[in-house]
Design a protein around this ligand. Sequence first.
Ligand code: NAD
Length: 235
Amino acid sequence: MSKNIVILSGAGISAESGIKTFRDAGGLWEDHPVEQVATPEGFAADPVLVQRFYNLRRAALKTVTPNAAHIALARLQSEIRARGGDVMIVTQNVDDLHERGGAKYVLHMHGELKRVFCTACDFHADWDGDVSVDTPCLACRTVGTVRPDIVWFGEIPHHMDAIDRALSQCDLFVSIGTSGAVYPAAGFVRVAKHYGAQTLELNLEPSEGNLYFDETRLGKAGNTVPAWVENILAG
Ligand code: NAD
């Protein structure tokens, strides 16, 4: 049985909870081109629109719940840890559905909707409500410098050292619901393979990097993930 597992999740794992993926919307994020709402240049050009976009996404979290895939991964994490192993969940998602499904150890490499930071003093904080261009930083009180703690295109993802370490030590790497189009996450399968891990893809359709996986299981995450977790825990 695999004892040291790294999971990479993407927007597909939250699709059945009702959060739209990028690819299903033709490269748009909730009807906006990514350049407009997911780049530092887009934010500089129209901070009011970008803050409103993330306020709506943050508020929408209250209307969705974790699905069977999130819950199964949380169970996997707790049972493998109880047996002396480790399951690191690395997610590209900015929603909080892994945590609400019960997962305890989740690295949000692309940030979190429910976090903000100040571009003036770098103070990071949990945030549940709206942010506006008039919101003062809780630490330095500067106005107009609080932004969503989301890693936009062109910015460096969070937790890369911890992720690299985990990829070099895992014996199984599993990618769930990600198109394999966004780097560096799309390259993780090759890093894990280089260090000797088995690799498995669970997705609705083969991702762009599908040839790097030892095994692929196609289907909705709400079906494939619980079934795979049952296999692993029984093995
Ligand atoms: P993506 O939209 O590029 O790809 C989604 C993948 O999930 C596709 O391969 C698709 O076939 C698959 N998929 C769709 N429904 C599925 C289901 N029910 N079960 C299993 N797989 C399913 O998403 P990505 O690869 O995560 O990359 C896009 C970027 O978009 C990420 O950086 C992420 O930060 C951001 N994003 C996040 C959210 C979120 O937090 N939930 C939502 C949209 C976009």
